[in-house]
Ligand binder design. Structure first.
Ligand code: CP
Ligand code: NVA
Length: 307
């Protein structure tokens, strides 16, 4: 049972719990399509702490709460006393007295862990430098919709071994998907995450590779996934990163090395001409806006089960 639990990492979930969440997300998507009311969180409030900008996470969580009959409060860290030095622990203890769950987008992963440790209501990670679990659930929902299943598929990650990549490494290996990552030297995913994902892969019998060659990584791939070369908080490294990521763009030439029916995914926001060409992201293989839509449905599933 996920009721009352925090969701900070895909690893907080068992493979069965992930599949149950995806089933719930599909069910809620159908209900919305059919116009069936599903206001199961009537009277409930979600507090949403944001230390970084957001389009998808903010709007999808807020719309999710509205559709579920509850309410969401946007809390920018600059508007909270947190911005003036109140501790994370005191913020968590206080918010727990008012709201039924907290969603937080913070810089350091330790900060969201600290928030959860001091919160008596569920805390949902809305992105840290280390992980982005809500994105990953929407990604799996999208892959399952497009491919009819998850087990045995191959996802290729091309680019920065960042928070989105780390989350996919854990989730893919939990649900039985093979994953190949191609990144420049020095931009590999987090070593502890890779170690955990290797353990998952052993248990589920899938292959996990960390490579430097995008062509090798996408060979036989069902899904190609990329993200920006410069994540939030790394803006000062832009110039160096643009040089280091030369050769890691997802373009039509690279797609030719994958399966013919490969789908292209990106968590968005995207920078056309950098990590992906306009031809690919706006082309027939791209599913990026279905993926963005599924943030809404999968987060509604998360909210329903934790509250
Ligand atoms: N993919 C994602 O989390 O987008 P936002 O930064 O717009 O929330
Ligand atoms: N890796 C990106 C994801 C944005 C949704 C970042 O952290 O900025």
């Amino acid at each position: 049972m996920l009721k009352g639990r925090h969701l900070l990492s895909p690893q907080d979930l068992s493979p069965e719990e992930i599949i149950a969440l995806l089933d719930k997300a599909d069910e809620l998507k159908q209900k919305l399509r059919r116009g069936e009311p599903h206001e199961v969180l009537h009277g409930k409030t979600l507090g949403m702490i944001f230390a970084k900008p957001s389009t998808r996470t903010r709007v999808s969580f807020e719309a999710a709460m509205t559709q579920l009959g509850g309410h969401a409060i946007y809390l920018g860290t600059g508007d909270l006393q947190l911005g003036r030095g109140e501790t994370i622990a005191d913020t968590a203890r206080t918010l727990s007295r008012y709201v039924d769950a907290v969603m937080a987008r913070l810089f350091k992963h330790e900060d969201v862990v600290e928030l959860a440790r001091n919160s008596s209501v569920p805390v949902i990670n809305g992105l840290t430098e280390l992980l982005h679990p809500c994105q990953t659930l929407a990604d799996l929902q999208t892959i399952r919709e497009k491919k009819g299943g998850l087990e045995g598929l191959k996802l290729a990650w091309v680019g920065d071994g960042n928070n989105v990549c780390n989350s996919l490494l854990l989730a893919c290996t939990l649900v039985g998907m093979n994953i190949s990552v191609a990144c420049p030297k020095g931009y590999e995913p987090n070593a502890e995450i890779v170690e955990q994902a290797q353990k998952n892969a052993k248990r589920s019998g899938v292959k996990l590779e960390i490579l430097n060659d995008p062509k090798k990584a996408v060979k036989g791939a069902d899904v190609i996934y990329t993200d920006v070369f410069v994540s939030m908080g790394h803006e000062a490294e832009r110039e160096r990163r643009m040089k280091d990521f030369k050769g890691y763009q997802v373009n039509a030439g690279l797609l030719k090395h994958a399966k013919e029916d490969v789908i292209f995914m990106h968590c968005l926001p995207a920078h056309r001409g950098e990590e992906v060409t306009a031809e690919v992201i706006d082309g027939p293989h791209s599913v990026v806006f279905d993926q963005a839509e599924n943030r809404l449905h999968s987060q509604k599933a998360i909210l329903c089960v934790v509250m």
